[in-house]
Design a binder for this molecule. Structure first.
Ligand code: AMP
Length: 192
C-alpha cells in the first residue's frame, strides 16, 4: 500500500505518518525531513536549498522529484511508502502518478488533514520551543501556510476526481486522529 498524507504545516502529518509507518510497516518518506537533513549535513544540495526552506518557499519540483524517485525505484520500499509532504502542487501530483506507474505502483489512499490557521499558529509555536526548526517562527509559519493554500487546491481536486481523497479532521486529539486514519486504511480493499 502507498499512501499520501498532506495538510498545512503543523497539521500533524509527521506525527501521524510515524504512527502509520509503525502500525502498518510502511516507510515514512518525509521530503521536508530529508531536505532538512541535507542542510544539517552541509551537503551541496543542502547549501543550495537552505535559504529557500528557511524563507517558507517551496524547493524546485526537479529537486524533490529526483529525491522521491530514489525511494520509489528501490525495491525495499515497493508498495510501502507514505508520502509525507509530497505532492505540494499539481505538477508534483501528476509527477508522482507518473513515477509510480514507471515502477509498477500506484497510490491507494490520500489523507488530507484539515486544520485552521489559528490552531496551526499555536502548534507551530509549541513545536518551535521543542524542536528549534529554523522555519518555525510565527512569520514564516504564516508564510508557509499561505504557500500551502496557494498551491494545494488543484491537488485536492485532482485526488477528488480519482476518488482517493479522504478528509480527516486534524483539530481533534492525536489519538482520535490515529483511530480515524486506521479505520480509513483498513477499509481499503486488500489493504494488507
Ligand atoms: P515540511 O517538513 O513538509 O513542512 O517541509 C519543510 C519545507 O521543505 C517546505 O516549507 C519546503 O521548503 C520544503 N519541501 C518539503 N516538501 C516539499 C515539496 N514536496 N516540494 C517543494 N518543497 C518541499
Amino acid at each position: 500500500m502507498n499512501l499520501v498524507i498532506f495538510g498545512p504545516p503543523g497539521a500533524g502529518k509527521g506525527t501521524q505518518s510515524k504512527f502509520i509507518s509503525k502500525k502498518y510497516n510502511l516507510f515514512q518518506l518525509s521530503t521536508g525531513e530529508i531536505l532538512r537533513n541535507e542542510i544539517a549535513n552541509k551537503t551541496p544540495l543542502g547549501s543550495e536549498i537552505a535559504s529557500i526552506i528557511n524563507s517558507g518557499e517551496l524547493v524546485s519540483n526537479k529537486i524533490v522529484s529526483d529525491l522521491i524517485e530514489n525511494f520509489i525505484s528501490n525495491k525495499i520500499y515497493k508498495n510501502r511508502l507514505i508520502f509525507d509532504g509530497y505532492p505540494r502542487n499539481i505538477n508534483q501530483a501528476m509527477n508522482l502518478d507518473n513515477l509510480l506507474k514507471k515502477y509498477n505502483q500506484k497510490i491507494d489512499i490520500v489523507l488530507k488533514l484539515s486544520v485552521g490557521l489559528n490552531t496551526i499558529k499555536k502548534r507551530i509555536l509549541e513545536r518551535q520551543s521543542q524542536e528549534k526548526r529554523a522555519d518555525d517562527s510565527e512569520e514564516i509559519a504564516i508564510k508557509r501556510y499561505k504557500t500551502y493554500e496557494n498551491s494545494i487546491e488543484p491537488v485536492i481536486n485532482y485526488y477528488k476526481k480519482s476518488n482517493l481523497l479522504k478528509v480527516v479532521n486534524g483539530e481533534t486529539t492525536i489519538g482520535e486522529i490515529n483511530g480515524e486514519i486506521s479505520d480509513l486504511i483498513e477499509a481499503i480493499k486488500g489493504w494488507h
